[in-house]
Design a protein around this ligand. Structure first.
Ligand code: ZN
Length: 304
């Protein structure tokens, strides 16, 4: 699933291509939105908020915000993506036409949204109905102006909660998914099942600062790398590496679920490098990800 860095980059590219330009055509292939007429509205800006993309549009026929301004909100969910094509040229893409959910045509560039997980059109003044539940955005403009402290305070508000579960809760902080959760907790040396209140020195402040550094470093690269080694196959410490040897100690990296149903998500970890509670390990070897069926993911019977 795309995480905050990918969504930030997506919004940034859409902004560079569309901001300041009027929409010549807009085709929203989504229930309730198919009849929306956005022609003539100017794209004012495209920004990310956690894993959400907000394209802010002027009022009808206008070039600035004000009454009638609208926000086109999208969420990439598991496999959504936005792509840019030169306006008027044939889309050179292998992606299926039936998966197109939105087409925004502007002079110069056409943005095409594929397999979007959410698409909404709301008055810009009512954006909060869509993203108001989000905690501080790890890559948002407010991060350095109190956002980081607020995110740490949100974590600390529930000291008994497993830290991996808390980091994936977008109400606590926005933008972190299973990749950065696993990687940051490896670097910090604690398992995803460690209670927030038992984090090592520096606690949640240190953890949110680490996450910000990781996401910020990845937002301008076309791939996610947390090890400092950008070669394919060497970019992450533990994420998606179950069954393979830990890069630091050689112990087999494991995967189990974190969170409570139906919100459970996979968490990868090294049982030797990361201290703290972990699901009971039955000692069976875990095959590398992709080779294993779902039944091989250990259930979260937490022990310490
Ligand atoms: Zn290790």
């Amino acid at each position: 699933m795309p995480e905050g860095d990918v969504v930030w980059r997506t919004a940034s590219r859409l902004h560079a291509a569309l901001a300041g330009r009027p929409l010549l055509e807009a085709d929203l292939r989504w229930p309730d939105l198919a009849t929306a007429d956005l022609r003539g509205r100017t794209v004012l800006e495209v920004v990310s908020a956690g894993k959400h993309v907000l394209a802010r549009l002027s009022g009808p026929g206008g070039a600035s915000a004000g009454p009638g301004a609208l926000t086109l909100h999208s969420h990439l969910r598991m496999e959504g993506s936005w792509h840019l094509h030169a306006t008027g040229e044939r889309w050179r893409t292998a992606r299926a036409a039936h998966a197109v959910r939105a087409v925004l045509v502007a002079p110069g560039w056409t943005a095409v949204g594929h397999r979007l997980g959410m698409l909404d059109l709301v008055p810009t003044a009512e954006e909060r109905t869509l993203v108001g539940h989000l905690g501080p955005d790890v890559l948002g403009p407010g991060w350095g102006r109190g956002g980081a402290r607020a995110a740490a305070a949100n974590l600390d508000a529930d000291p008994a909660r497993p830290v991996g579960e808390a980091l994936l809760d977008q109400r606590v902080l926005a933008g972190v998914g299973t990749f950065f959760m696993a990687e940051a907790l490896f670097v910090l040396g604690v398992t995803p099942w460690t209670p927030v209140g038992a984090l090592p020195d520096g606690g949640s402040d240190r953890l949110v600062a680490l996450l910000h550094r990781m996401l910020a470093a990845c937002r301008t690269t076309p791939f996610q790398a947390t090890t400092g080694d950008t070669r394919p196959g060497h970019r992450q410490w533990v994420h998606a590496r179950s069954g393979r040897p830990c890069r630091r100690c050689g112990t087999t990296v494991r995967v189990a679920m974190v969170g409570t149903a139906p919100q459970e998500r996979t968490a990868f970890y090294c049982p030797a490098c990361q201290r703290g509670p972990a699901p009971t390990d039955d000692g069976r070897p875990q095959r590398p990800l992709g080779a294993a069926g779902r039944g091989q993911v250990a259930r979260p019977s937490i022990s310490s």
